[in-house]
Design a protein. Structure first.
Length: 372
């Protein structure tokens, strides 16, 4: 079997979780780096990673790495790679990427050189002076870091956080991959109570339900590489069958609420699209009146941040009231994501654990409070 190398970009702070997922999928040579995780495998593993990853952003197929201190070195290095193994004579191959702390700092110039080199290689292999580029998409990505170039093909297409269940959302949506990571950090597997009292469009409870059911998050969506003529179509059917065979079917105590009835309606519709509406109990409720008691439970939530002055003052009052309400809740661990630097002071408790994360471009902290 042909062994390929892959790279999975992820949100900063989630590298360890993505690496753990890949090891659970029995991928080889898993290696976490800043902002990405590498692994090795075959074409079936390409499909399995796309189908099953909860915390990774996309699956990139690595074509090669080489020193690139000049445009000539970049051109020759790119031209030497086996692009024809994956890109057919009519394939579309746009180029995008980035360059950091390297002599080749102009990204547009690097794009042009890479495009020209790939076209030269493919034109030579297919005997064409001009490539039509009328077929399927083969998105090329490049990374040049400290004068080393790495070239990839994007097998995912739309980011893996786009599960397919959330065509609409409220303001400041939480990325699905980050929500899944919060559920994973709570170690929720469906055996205890779970609650999100600021559910918004429902991302956290939906990801909790998918996790409890062990349902692969990519079952509802398409992937670019699914249309590649160079890959056998049966790998996708095998990965899908394998994923469905691993699903659980049980009764779960997942609660989602919000003070905004429109948010709850939207969350319920998104849960229906995800096929988990029957696994989540939705309600309109004020989080600051939370006082549930349970044998064991995980509260995982993303309350409003308050990015502007007046909003921040409102958020601080909300944190204070919510913290007071949580004082009456029994046997709930709480994982709360906030960008406010003094969240603990307003909440009224110090977190046992803190983890730096990013919600989009917003730096946040995930505060973890043990059950009382």
């Amino acid at each position: 079997m042909e062994t390929l190398r892959f790279s999975v970009p992820c949100l900063f702070g989630l590298e360890g979780l993505a690496a753990k997922e890949l090891r659970r999928l029995r991928m080889d040579a898993v290696q976490a780096e800043n902002g990405r995780v590498g692994f090795s495998g075959g074409v079936l593993d390409l499909a399995r990673a796309n189908m099953n990853l909860r915390c990774g952003e996309r699956v990139l197929l690595e074509l090669g790495r080489f020193p690139a201190e000049s445009f000539e070195a970049l051109f020759q290095g790119v031209r030497a790679l086996p692009w024809e193994r994956f890109i057919p004579r009519d394939g579309r191959f746009p180029v995008k990427g980035h360059s950091l702390t390297s002599a080749l700092h102009s990204v547009p110039d690097c794009q042009k050189i890479i495009k020209k080199a790939v076209a030269a290689r493919l034109g030579e292999k297919y005997g064409l002076e001009r490539l039509p580029e009328t077929g399927e998409l083969y998105q090329i990505q490049f990374s040049i870091l400290k004068d080393e170039a790495a070239l990839f093909l994007d097998t995912s297409g739309a980011g893996l956080h786009k599960r397919g269940y959330r065509p609409a959302h409220l303001e400041a949506p939480l990325r699905e991959t980050l929500a899944a990571a919060m559920v994973e950090l709570a170690r929720f597997r469906g055996k205890e109570d779970f609650c999100d009292p600021f559910c918004g469009s429902g991302t956290i409870p939906i990801e909790a339900a998918l996790t409890a059911k062990n349902r692969a998050p990519g079952l509802m969506r398409d992937f670019s590489a699914r249309h590649w003529k160079s890959l056998p179509p049966e790998i996708w059917r095998e990965a899908e069958t394998e994923a469905r065979d691993r699903e659980f079917h049980g009764k779960y105590r997942i609660f989602a609420s919000d003070i905004d009835s429109r948010a709850v309606d939207l969350a319920r519709k998104n849960a229906a699209r995800a096929g988990v509406e029957g696994d989540i109990a939705f309600s309109v409720a004020d989080a600051c009146a939370f006082g549930r008691r349970t044998d064991r439970g995980s509260l995982v939530t993303n309350p409003p941040y308050g990015q502007r002055l007046l909003e921040r003052e409102e958020a601080e009052e909300l944190y204070r009231d919510f913290g007071a309400a949580m004082g009456g809740a029994e046997r709930w661990q709480a994982l709360i994501l906030s960008s406010h630097p003094e969240f603990e002071r307003f909440y009224g408790r110090s977190a046992a654990k803190k983890r730096k994360l990013y919600n989009g471009m917003i730096p946040c902290t995930l505060y973890q409070f043990p059950a009382k």
